[in-house]
Design a protein around this ligand. Sequence first.
Ligand SMILES: [Zn+2]
Length: 692
Amino acid sequence: MRRIGVTLGWVFIVLFGAAFAEDADKPMYGAWGVDLAAIDRGIRPGDDFFGYANGTWLDQTSIPADKRAVTLRVYMSDRVEERVKDILETSAAHTADKPSDLTGKVGAFYKAFMDETRIESLGFTPIESQLAAVHAAQSRAALAGLMGRSNSDFYSSLYAASIDVDLKDPAHYALYLNQAGLGLPDRDYYLQADFAKQRAAYQAYVMQLLRLIQWPKAEELAGSVVAFETKIADSSWSAAQDRDVAATYNPMKVVELQKLVPGFAWKSYLLSERAPDIERVVVAEKTAFPKIADTFANTPVETLQAWLAFHVTDNAAPYLSKTFADAWFELHEKVLGGQQQPRLRWKRAITAVSGDDFIAGGRFGSFGTMGWGVGQLYAGKYFPPDAKAKIQELIRHLLAAYRARLEKLDWMSPATRAEALKKLDTYTIKVGYPDHPRGYSTLTISDIDLVGDVQRAAAADWAFLIARYHGAVDRTDWAMTPQTNDAYNGSLRDIVFPAAILQPPIFDPSADPAINYGSVGAIIGHELTHGFDDQGRKLDAVGALRDWWAPQDATAFDARAARLSAQYSTFHPLASDPNLHVNGELTLGENIADLGGVTLGLDAYRASLHGASAPVLDGTTGDQRVFLGWAQAWRGKLTDDAIKQQIVSDPHSPRRFRVNGVVRNMDAWYEAFDVRPGDKLYVAPEDRVHIW
Ligand SMILES: [Zn+2]
């Protein structure tokens, strides 16, 4: 799926073993949904609200050696994981040799991943046919053909194809093409001095895998492969550029693409994608495309073959014998993520079968899973109708609160306001699970063929997308499975909250409503405002790519945004690295959405009282609980390496600043916690930024 939408960016979700009491009548934290024991009353709320709300918990919590983070979202993921494990193990215990039903297939897939003895005995033979195909591909055209199979097999590509709603013609689908081809997380890793350590580790890893598959001249070619990717990185757009929806929408006929990017065999590529009848594509990073093709055309075939052989192996490594899986862990999770130990096998099996957050996650867990099938079983068991009814009521209040804000927003011109209100009415908010289950009847799963299962599941996903390409867009579609602990705002003008995120501390049907409005309410509000902000302005009420803002709206918005950007750039996340600061520009869109989200959550909570005054619980007021709900939803700590990676590549600010950066701009917070001049987070009323 193309990343038009933006997720909440809980990229660092990792798994953690913990037991939960599943008592539906009691809130999970404290008497009414906030963990009072986590609060550090030695910290003034006005000095560090995140520290005040979470300080005791932060002091008492350390990051386990096999994790790069520990957060309450980790506990949520644990809970989901326990549930999914139960589903998969039960299914595996009852599966047949040749399963034909959904439960049986899911069980057989899990069993195949858990069969370590067999996997060990196979070495890298499961990818022999792919490696042989790379050996045989003696021309650039042949290599382009293999790259065209990156959606349905273990190959990688310099250009990634995906199918999603056409932004200029939202009733139909389009084939999008994005820059790709890098093995490190971002172009900066290749180009900036700070990442020398990671680069060296990557080159050693390339060499190690090439040696393990007995590829000729592994040592020499590893250097050439990394040099090749460095040139690709140099041609690639940055993460910030990639977030510009208008700049990344460049529709053209395939014949025009061939003219723009002559150095690449597009026909072979598209034929392999099984998209031969597609005549029109949408190119994302238009200026990068020909440069990447030039590099491809000027690199020896021998290097390109080694590059592709390495990537096949890298993509398949988590499913191969221990040597491969360990090497993969060392690079991807330890060096790049700061995680000290690999996860247990059954946890990795869950990722393989049920999937990861496949918008925010990596290739392992997003490629070749049966995620929708597992999601169907999950939602059937764990998303009760009363939780659904409560969240739908909260959403009604939130939409009404946003409508009221838009109606009186002082910086928006009347014509733009009318467009915004029209657009708001077309939004759908989806909760729990999709209306239509994905069919798996033609998918073959075998409990003795793990690599084959992954490949066939990936091919089935791609076949599903290709098959519906010529039909009308399905507005009930989901891009995230029900068991995903995340949410997104998509190109269907939809905001999607899977069943797995609708649990404490994000949402607790048993908690005091103020907590829910401060957590899930603010989070849904965050997503909602994305549809109207400097990204959302580019998509109109019918979902077409059209700027519906007037120029003066943009000027007014930018002036306010620039002040918020400057505020965030003063935040320093690491005591050990005082020069490292939040990139106010990269994180701007998300920070604005956070500010809007909490504003809407508070409005919606107040409206939900229908004129009654909020109850005081354990000495806390309703408004205080809304702010605490937000602050505690973000409770967590990350390794320094993970924070560094986040600062460079993640458009979301570190947790502390998602809290502190927001509240200091809200007048109600000053009243709720008696914040005064002299407090560290204090911002004078005239300098506070109000956007939504
Ligand atoms: Zn966002």
